[in-house]
Design a protein around this ligand. Structure first.
Ligand SMILES: [Zn+2]
Length: 90
């Protein structure tokens, strides 16, 4: 997946509230294969570092897993979504 497609995927998930727009409560890194990335929807392989992110209780979802690149993209898009929210001049 190229970077533009990744950003669109993450932006869409943020808008659909499949990914939280609030800061992570706890982030841990791991090398674990299997499972799907909540950012791009791709599969993890054991060679890829992934981030396991917990959010504060009550948020939806309460946790997410990302490839490193997807985690970075999510952080950027999340900040962007917060700073542009309510800006009607877009
Ligand atoms: Zn990913």
């Amino acid at each position: 997946m190229n970077e533009t497609a990744l950003l669109i995927a993450i932006r869409t998930r943020l808008r659909q509230r499949k990914l939280p727009d609030q800061p992570p409560w706890r982030v841990s890194g791991e090398y674990a294969s299997g499972g799907l990335c909540d950012g791009c929807g791709g599969r993890f392989t054991s060679a890829q570092a992934s981030y396991f992110v917990d959010f504060s209780a009550g948020s939806t979802p309460e946790s997410a897993r990302f490839h490193r690149v997807c985690f970075d993209a999510w952080q950027r898009e999340r900040e962007l979504a917060r700073t542009t929210a309510g800006d009607v001049k877009a």
